[in-house]
Design a binder for this molecule. Structure first.
Ligand SMILES: *Cc1c(COP(=O)(O)O)cnc(C)c1O
Length: 391
């Protein structure tokens, strides 16, 4: 391997760095100058705009997708003794949110091509205790929503969609996050649009949305955030033991402007995606499966599978070599079964969900932020080819 890095140290390409533009900065500054930086009018505007973009009847902004998942589960009535079926190919937050309700997460393995939960294996995991099925649209690729809605309807289960990767994703023209009772979005710094920290629950039912709003702000009665506004002082009542999960206007300022560019960013990622597909077609790696025909892929993560037996180097050496070339890479994800806490408390291990274990041990995520220039993309391609000895 050529020892000189593709990019100099001071030009290291940070994985997942978000695209921030002048209008974002101006909106944040305007929010600061307005004197109202906490939950307020910009949060309400962001909720309305996202609900319209998604075609969802209701949306409640929160301070993370983790909070969104937690409250969607609570609003579904999930608690101790219940089981929630989910995927091992996800961020730990999905599993932790289930555990925080007192319920037990039950894993169903992924499909080897889509990396999404395998609908054909869900029936066998359903017990009398199952309350919710919680799929993740991995990398922005839609799960099979015909199959998932058929299963949850047949068994009377609640469907909650983890849409942390899936803002732009559709299935037969309908937005991801609107099939179930709830869809949970993330605006974390590496996601397709960002608020720094931030999340949102899409809800089909008005009563559920109202409950989530209350639970997200200490359990205080409706519209408690207005209590310091100009409509006159209002007493609030605590009606539940809620959480401190509200989004700030300072965050929503970013979200509002970012949402205005969501399509432009998606198109930019599509250009990058196509360049990667072309550039890696002759390499001994597995590129992402093409989107299913009647869907729109959210294009959140571009993953390569590095099989040591075929590539001649282990995945972790590939990660180190890419970093040495000046390219930041990610792993999304080690199967959740690999983490010691879940091994110890739930008895999970490599054999619990073998497909996820294999994929998790081979996968690498390449930079695909809309922020990347054409030269950045060329550098990523050159680094991958060089690391695999095809430079
Ligand atoms: C990022 C992510 C989350 C958590 O999102 P936060 O907003 O950081 O809480 C949950 N699930 C998946 C699949 C994610 O990628």
């Amino acid at each position: 391997m050529n020892s000189e890095a593709i990019r100099a140290k001071d030009r290291f390409l940070v994985f997942g760095a978000p695209a921030i533009e002048e209008e974002d900065i101006a909106e944040v500054v305007a929010t600061l100058r307005s004197g109202w930086i906490g939950t307020g009018p910009r949060v309400a505007q962001f909720e309305t705009a996202m609900a319209a973009y998604k075609g969802s009847p209701h949306a409640v902004a929160l301070n993370s997708c983790t909070a969104a998942l937690h409250l969607a589960l609570l609003a579904s009535g999930v608690g101790p003794g219940d089981e929630v079926i989910t995927t091992p190919m996800t961020f730990c937050a999905t599993v932790n949110a289930i555990l925080h309700t007192g319920a037990t997460p039950v894993l169903v393995d992924i499909e080897p091509d889509s990396f999404n939960i395998d609908p054909n294996q869900i029936d066998a995991a359903i017990t009398p205790r199952t309350k919710v099925v919680l799929p993740v649209h991995f990398a922005g690729r839609s799960c099979d929503m015909d199959a998932l809605t058929a299963i949850t309807t047949r068994h009377g289960l609640t469907l909650i969609e983890d849409c942390a990767h899936a803002i732009e994703t559709t299935w037969r023209g309908r937005a991801a996050g609107t099939f179930g009772a709830f869809g949970c979005l993330s605006f974390y710094v590496t996601k397709n649009i960002i608020t720094g920290e931030g999340g949102m629950v899409l809800a089909r039912d008005e009563v559920d949305a109202a409950r989530i709003k209350v639970l997200g702000l200490h359990g205080m009665s409706k519209d408690a955030w207005k209590r310091f506004g100009d409509e006159g002082f209002k007493h609030y009542q605590v009606v539940e033991a809620g959480f401190k999960y509200n989004m700030m206007d300072l965050q929503a300022a970013l979200g509002l402007r970012q949402l205005g560019r969501v399509e432009r960013y998606w198109q930019r990622r599509q250009q990058i995606w196509r360049r990667y597909d072309e550039a890696f077609a002759d390499l001994p790696v597995v590129c992402p499966a093409a989107a299913a025909p009647h869907t729109r892929h959210g294009l959140h993560l571009y993953t390569l599978l590095i099989d040591e037996a075929v590539c001649g180097l282990p995945r972790d050496r590939f990660l180190d070599a890419m970093t040495a070339q000046g390219i930041g890479v990610g792993v999304h994800y080690l199967s959740v079964t690999e983490h010691p806490y879940y091994e110890r408390t739930l008895g999970w291990g490599p054999h619990t969900t073998p497909v996820a274990t294999r994929v998790g041990r081979q996968t690498v995520s390449l930079p695909i932020s809309a922020r990347l220039s054409d030269n950045d993309v060329s550098d990523v391609i050159a680094a991958v080819r060089r690391v695999l000895g095809r430079g």
